[in-house]
Design a protein. Structure first.
Lengths: 173, 806
């Protein structure tokens, strides 16, 4: 079965016809070419596919594209750019919060979602807030420090705040 | 300008990776690209009676289904002689997850649908899940053509050390099961093959593109230049992406047949049964020692579980364990042997540390057990047996295994300076008798491992053409620099670290004027790859040498242009000037441009500014460390909480402290997780129990402590950088520090040994298992007594909901 969907992804409206079973992560990656969102498992454990959906960090491997109809999505590509990294992205860079970079987009988006919900979590709250994102490279301490850097330097960042505000205005958050 | 080597520089790799602009294999889309999916065995050992592909072939978007019979003549995956593994199982499947057929379709959903529609009829065969079953009398050989399941039996030493063991005042035996682990890089295996008239291009999640090119070249009888292997961004490897996987061959062959690019991306559940596992050793150990804890003789006999198809690298890894089994101690005689055994399980190969963590765990458990037997502090046993600084380089009894410079006693003292051991010890003792507080234990690990793999004679044994590494440094006409390296990083930060080394060697060329390329056999000179902590110690000197070559030429040209003597030329990375002659200077860019202007060059000088160098190390390097771990154990649940982890590592010269910390902490995480969380488990019928990330627990952030990491630098004389490597140190040092701490916390209960992983259930069970408690300190539990608040042993017969399989 096919569904007509309309989503706003990183500020751009996109209309498509998708199969019922298509996962949002595959729509983002294969249809829209937003390959920053990664797939690392098939059981919703790793969180590499995390995006903001109407202001909430979700695992896009566990959302059907059809179910996201009408939603606004912010992916890693929409958070910041190489010239203008978001505070969380910059924190990961300054504190060496990434190594291979595969879990990183999901980790950064998840941390951004955490800071939207909770402006100044302590170390343990950061760890618990990122529990759904697996990193095999860092041992997490430098990720915790990256998020702490972001808290001191602008929190979730302008793009994420604007995205969350729109979700609030639309009554979705 | 200051030296870049030793500076905490943020990484050149990061901006792309942080903004979703990394390029991983699954990100690659080519016109007309098809998707391959496997049909995998659901049986651990069975005859394949029939494979019905009819429904699958007729499904929409399906281009075909291929079984072993359809691929006759296709090369197998090479392994040890006589154990080559067919790409697809033929008439027998040997482990759950072994590919039986492949489907190619126009998208990944359709390929998965069609794979699910292939019906395989199996006739079960006896399943040999464990090495004990596989080695039992009369067990049928799993690998065809082998006489038994012992596929390799190597007595590494002539002596069995029985004389020395028998003569020792004390003798203790120990059996250690170093459990099977799954490497779990967050990016699973994937590849895209594109066979064109000019040859084959394979993008793949590999740690070593040149060796993969060599393999494909042999397998397809193509010359090297017609095979191009590209490792784009690779999402972690930890050794498992150093093995050759059948999908590289199959996607290539199917691209050849279908004249279209073919992509394969494994799912995580597939990865957990298909990607090689690690560790999986059983070690029988005997140690002889005197009253002071001086080690007099050691016998180690290892049985390595190889899985169903012995891997070219994996089956020989116990060699490394045995070479390192003496650790950082002087042991007069070590008797060493191993057997590698096939079982009906996923093949086993390299995983972070690859053979050395198994050794460090073994000997560090031995010193703790010896201390326990003698009733003395394990630190004293360590101190009485350490190889001393002045004895280094230290030749072990194994030919060619010579430890480079290190200072093991000083490392330990440095560590002790960072913790208050007497206070911790007193606290741990008081906890034993205070039922209101968790138990507490302190564990140590003083270890040495191998880094910097080669040299060539060593690395040839693992199937590589050499143990060297390569670098080309090219300065462009504007003075910017492009470096090509033969290593193939997948998280290690080589683009940054090698730029730091080159910046210094080039006299201070700024980091942002240097680009490092890697991972493409079409554009990079011959290389070997990234494994065995070899990036900095082996490729680093190649980068340094080649950058130095460019600098020497720059100086010659600058001297010519400035009409000065070469010896008087100075540079700050941006200009060249003449010593003591103010105003006489020339920009680097002009010197670089001159290299491309034949009419301006000194007479007889060759054009260009490019130098390629290979570096063959004289030997392995030997990173070492001293780690301390403090744990608390919940009396009611057996849960172990790492309260403190302090690591002092000697990796020789540190290139980038920020990167180095990341490498150490990441390794520690995997080591702590081995000690506490992780184990690949098979049911008795060979069915994998841990085949998803729901069941196989890699740590998430709350599972790990904040770690305290420090460096203690003793430079190696074995390479010009003085570096030893550190990618594997954390994973090598940590498991025994944690286990020793847990055993320490439980020692008053008479618990002397537990195998990893020390899950709450295992610890809890041990705490309530009656055993002959030691006379000293057996204050808490008498045999048969149960800790407060826990069910009595009668409850064992009931199926309580909290009872879980360890």
């Amino acid at each position: 079965m096919k569904h007509d969907v309309s989503l706003r992804v990183n500020g751009t409206t996109t209309d498509d016809t998708v199969e019922s079973r298509q996962l949002l992560v595959h729509y983002l990656r294969d249809t829209l070419g937003l390959t920053g969102t990664h797939v690392g498992c098939d059981s919703s454990n790793c969180g590499a596919c995390t995006v903001l959906l109407d202001g909430v960090a979700v695992k896009s491997c566990t959302v059907l594209t059809a179910a996201a109809d009408g939603a606004e999505v912010l992916t890693i590509e929409g958070l910041g750019s190489t010239e203008d990294l978001s505070p969380v992205q910059q924190g990961f860079r300054q504190c060496h919060g990434l190594q291979c970079g595969y879990c990183t987009p999901g980790m950064v988006v998840s941390a951004t979602g955490l800071l939207l919900d909770q402006p100044s979590p302590d170390g343990q709250q950061i760890r618990e807030g990122l529990e759904g994102n697996l990193c095999r490279c860092t041992g997490y301490q430098m990720i915790v420090e990256s998020v702490q850097w972001a808290i001191e330097n602008g929190g979730p960042g302008a793009a994420a705040r604007a995205h969350a505000d729109r979700a609030v205005q639309a009554g979705k958050r | 300008m200051g030296s870049m080597v030793g500076a905490s520089v943020v990484r050149k790799e990061d901006p792309a990776l942080l903004t979703g602009q990394g390029r991983f294999v699954d990100d690659i889309q080519l016109p007309g690209m098809l998707h391959m999916a496997y049909v995998r065995s659901v049986q651990a050992h069975a005859s394949v009676l029939s494979i019905d592909v009819e429904d699958a072939v007729g499904m929409p978007g399906v281009l075909g289904v291929w079984t072993a019979a359809d691929l006759e003549g296709l090369s197998p995956v090479r392994s040890a002689p006589g154990m080559d593994r067919p790409c697809l199982a033929g008439d027998t499947v040997r482990f759950v997850g072994e590919p039986v057929a492949v489907v190619v379709a126009t998208d990944r959903y359709k390929a998965a649908d069609a794979a699910g529609a292939v019906v395989v009829d199996y006739e079960p065969l006896p399943v040999l899940t464990t090495i004990e079953e596989a080695m039992a009398e009369g067990a049928a050989p799993i690998v065809p053509g082998q006489a038994s399941n012992v596929v390799m039996a190597v007595p590494l030493t002539e002596s069995d050390a029985e004389t020395e063991l028998a003569a020792a005042p004390h003798r203790t035996s120990l059996r250690i099961r170093n459990q099977r682990l799954a490497p779990v890089p967050i990016e699973p295996i994937g590849c895209v093959a594109h066979w064109e008239p000019s040859g084959l291009t394979l993008w793949a999640t590999v740690q070593a593109p040149h060796p993969v090119r060599n393999e494909l070249s042999v397998m397809f009888s193509l010359p090297n230049h017609q095979v191009r292997v590209i490792a784009p961004d690779v999402g972690g490897g930890f050794g498992a992406k150093a093995s050759f996987y059948a999908e590289y061959l199959l996607t290539s062959e199917l691209s050849r047949r279908l004249h279209r690019p073919v992509k394969y991306i494994e799912t995580r559940s597939e990865s957990l049964v298909s990607m090689t596992h690690g560790r999986a050793q059983v070690q029988d150990i005997e140690v002889g020692y005197d009253d002071d804890g001086k080690l007099l003789a050691l016998r180690v006999a290892i049985v390595q579980d190889c899985g169903a198809w012995p891997d070219a690298t994996g089956s020989g890894l116990p060699t490394l364990t045995l070479f390192m089994s003496g650790g950082c101690y002087k042991i007069p005689v070590i008797a060493a042997s191993f057997r590698s055994v096939a079982t009906n399980t996923t093949p086993v190969a390299a995983y972070r540390g690859a053979g050395r963590p198994e050794a460090a765990y073994l000997i560090e458990r031995v010193v703790d057990v010896v201390a326990d037997e003698l009733g003395i502090d394990s630190l004293d046993v360590r101190r009485r047996n350490f190889i001393q600084r002045e004895e280094m380089p230290y030749p072990t009894q194994f030919p060619g295994i010579v430890y480079d410079e290190g200072d093991y006693p000083a490392l330990l003292e440095d560590l002790l300076g960072k913790i208050d051991y007497p206070a911790l010890r007193a606290e741990a003792e008081s906890r034993r008798t205070d039922p209101d507080k968790p138990l507490m234990g302190i564990g140590f690990s003083t270890f040495v491992e191998m880094g910097g793999f080669g040299p060539t004679p060593m690395f040839e044994q693992f199937g590589y053409i050499g143990g060297w590494e390569s670098s080309t440094v090219r300065m462009n006409p504007d003075g910017s620099v492009v470096i090509s390296v033969g290593t193939s990083p997948h998280g290690q930060g080589h683009e940054t670290a090698f730029a730091q080394i080159a910046s210094d060697a080039l006299g201070g060329v700024p980091m942002d004027r240097i680009t490092v390329l890697h991972g493409d056999t079409g554009t990079v000179q011959e290389g070997i790859g990234t494994m065995g902590s070899r990036g900095i110690p082996v490729c680093g000197p190649a980068v340094q040498k080649s950058a130095d070559g460019v600098r020497q030429k720059l100086v010659k040209i600058a001297a010519h242009l400035l009409e000065a003597d070469e010896a008087d030329i100075e540079s700050d990375g941006e200009t060249f000037s003449v010593k003591g002659t103010p105003g006489s200077s020339i920009p680097l860019s002009e010197v670089a441009m001159t290299a491309y202007k034949p009419q301006r060059l000194p007479e007889g000088m060759d054009l260009g500014l490019q130098v390629m160098e290979y570096y063959e190390p004289t030997n392995l390097s030997y990173p070492s460390g001293a780690h301390a771990c403090v744990v608390e154990i919940d009396r009611a649940t057996g849960a172990v909480d790492v309260k403190r982890y302090v690591a002092v590592d000697d990796c020789g010269t540190v290139i980038n402290p920020l990167n180095a910390r990341g490498q150490v902490e990441g390794g520690l995480a995997q080591g702590i997780a081995q000690a506490l969380l992780e184990e690949v488990v098979y049911a008795a019928d060979g069915q994998p129990v841990t085949s998803s990330l729901i069941d196989y627990q890699i740590p998430s952030a709350p599972d790990l402590p904040a770690m305290e990491t420090h460096h203690f630098v003793v430079k190696s004389s074995f390479n010009p950088l003085g570096a030893k490597g550190l990618g594997e140190s954390g994973a090598t040092g940590a498991p025994q520090a944690v286990t020793n701490a847990v055993i320490d916390a439980l020692s008053h209960l008479g618990i002397r040994d537990l195998d990893m992983p020390l899950t709450p259930f295992k610890v809890w069970t041990a705490m309530r298992t009656p055993r002959a408690a030691e006379p000293a300190g057996s204050t808490e539990l008498a045999p048969g007594q149960v800790p407060d608040g826990l069910p009595t042993s009668d409850d064992d017969s009931t199926d309580t909901p909290w009872k879980v399989t360890p």
